[in-house]
Design a protein around this ligand. Structure first.
Ligand code: FAD
Length: 405
């Protein structure tokens, strides 16, 4: 069933906007291709290197593979062997989950778990979109509310969404979480051999944690350290900028003294950090938070989340797949509302789970009893806790789908 209709305006060529443009050119789950032309307006003149690394669970990779990107992704991404959780205080391994090892994630969910640079994912999506020739991508075009009259708009313009601010004027601005992330990419070859890694490794400490995983086909290690900002002696900036040169005082005075000597040597080997103050919004409460009239929100514009579940980009990719399905079924207005109905609860659940994970990761308190309880649970039930079937399975029926690689 093909659907011929007017142009659809998308604001933002980030992971969500480009995923939507690409998905739109692929026939969704057995249906015909929608013939509607997409116009994407992106405010930046060049799609830049923001965002360092991303982990992509099989729930997102499954969609990217189904859009024909398997070989491109495999050439730049890395398939980590295991997810390993350590105590930041003494380096002890608390729990491990096989990922590529024993084909665990691929066999269970029909797609692998990948790690890659955000810029690589964005470039792959951009090239695939350009190749189809079906999308009018307008760079250096900041969206203005006046441009909306009479057209349907998808706001895929990220955390500080102008579309949201204009169409949901009652919504509050994103809230500072009080957490700050430092991110770095280092060449694996430049690291001492003991720190070269083929896995995702996480170190949990009181009010902070560190994550490291390979990207760039294993050539680089992406390192992220996140701390509660009020603990920092030199208060880090709370401005809304998404990517800043790091004030290294935070890393030096707060994080390094807490880390065991071994991990300290990895953090000290990092030549330059970038810094992100983290913001979020409360979980979406209903479909009405994602659609109003002829306007729908997608990705971070709709449901920004803390990075403790590594699912922000994945949710934007899932949104794109679901909206594409809806657009192939009916008129645009009805499709936007069907999309919001189908997505809001899952997105809200992932937003809440991300916040809860942050509290668990950063557990602190008198006598360390909360950390001790967390560590004991991880030792006992680690693999079950680290393998969220409700999330990676993606919905009814998908657990049974055949591998897509
Ligand atoms: C520390 C950290 C770690 C993370 N790790 C992970 C991870 O491991 N896995 C994961 O899945 N996610 C992760 N995320 C989240 C992920 O980066 C985001 O959820 C994802 O990039 C959101 O995609 P998006 O397309 O919605 O928004 P964005 O990628 O922010 O894109 C929005 C686009 O809209 C454009 N734009 C904005 N305003 C306008 C305007 N007025 N007019 C036109 N264009 C406009 C912007 O220039 C941009 O290109 C992490 C985030 C952080 C901060």
């Amino acid at each position: 069933m093909g659907t011929v209709n007017s142009d659809l305006r998308v604001v933002g060529a980030g992971i969500g906007g480009l995923s939507l443009a690409l998905a739109h050119t692929r026939p969704p789950r057995g249906l015909g291709r929608a013939e509607r032309r997409l116009v994407i307006q992106e405010k930046t003149p060049v799609l830049s290197e923001v965002g360092a690394g991303l982990q992509l669970g099989p729930n997102a990779v499954r969609h990217l593979f189904s859009w024909g990107l398997a070989s491109e992704l495999r050439s730049v991404a890395f398939e980590p062997q295991r997810l390993i959780i350590h105590s930041l205080l003494n380096g002890e391994i608390l729990a491990q989950l096989p990922l590529a090892e024993q084909g665990r994630i691929l066999n269970q969910y029909g797609a692998p778990y990948l790690t890659l640079r955000r810029a690589d994912l964005q470039q792959i999506l951009l090239q695939a979109v350009n190749k189809t020739g079906a999308t009018d991508l307008q760079l250096n075009q900041a969206w203005q509310p006046e441009a909306m009259a009479g057209s349907c708009v998808i706001g895929a313009d990220g955390l500080w969404s102008s579309v949201r601010a204009s169409v949901w004027p009652e919504a509050q601005a994103p809230k500072a979480t009080g957490h700050v992330a430092w991110r770095a990419l280092v060449s694996q070859k430049a690291l001492p051999p003991a720190w070269r890694s083929d896995s995702v490794r996480v170190w949990l400490g009181p009010r902070c944690h560190v994550v490291a995983y390979p990207v760039a086909a294993g050539e680089q290690l992406n390192i992220v350290a996140i701390a509660n900002q009020k603990d920092l002696q030199a208060a880090a900036s709370t401005t809304a900028t998404w990517d800043q040169d790091a004030d290294l005082n935070g890393v030096r005075t707060f994080l390094l003294p807490k880390t065991p000597a071994a991990l300290r040597s990895l953090l000290e080997a990092v030549p330059a950090w970038r810094q992100w103050p983290l913001f979020d919004r409360p979980p979406v409460r209903s479909a009405a938070d994602m659609v109003r009239g002829g306007v729908a929100l997608l990705g971070d514009a709709a449901h920004p989340m803390r990075p403790y579940f590594a699912q922000g980009a994945a949710m934007a990719i899932e949104d794109a797949a679901e909206l594409t399905d809806a657009l192939s079924e009916c008129s645009v207005e009805l499709a936007l509302s069907r999309y919001a109905q189908r997505r809001w609860e899952r997105c809200a659940r992932v937003q809440s789970a991300s916040e809860r994970n942050g509290r668990i990761f950063h557990a602190s308190g008198p006598f360390g009893w909360v950390q001790k309880a967390r560590d004991a649970s991880l030792r006992l039930f680690g693999p079950q806790l680290m393998d969220p079937a409700w999330l990676y399975g993606g919905g009814p029926g998908l657990l049974q789908s055949p591998p897509l690689n």
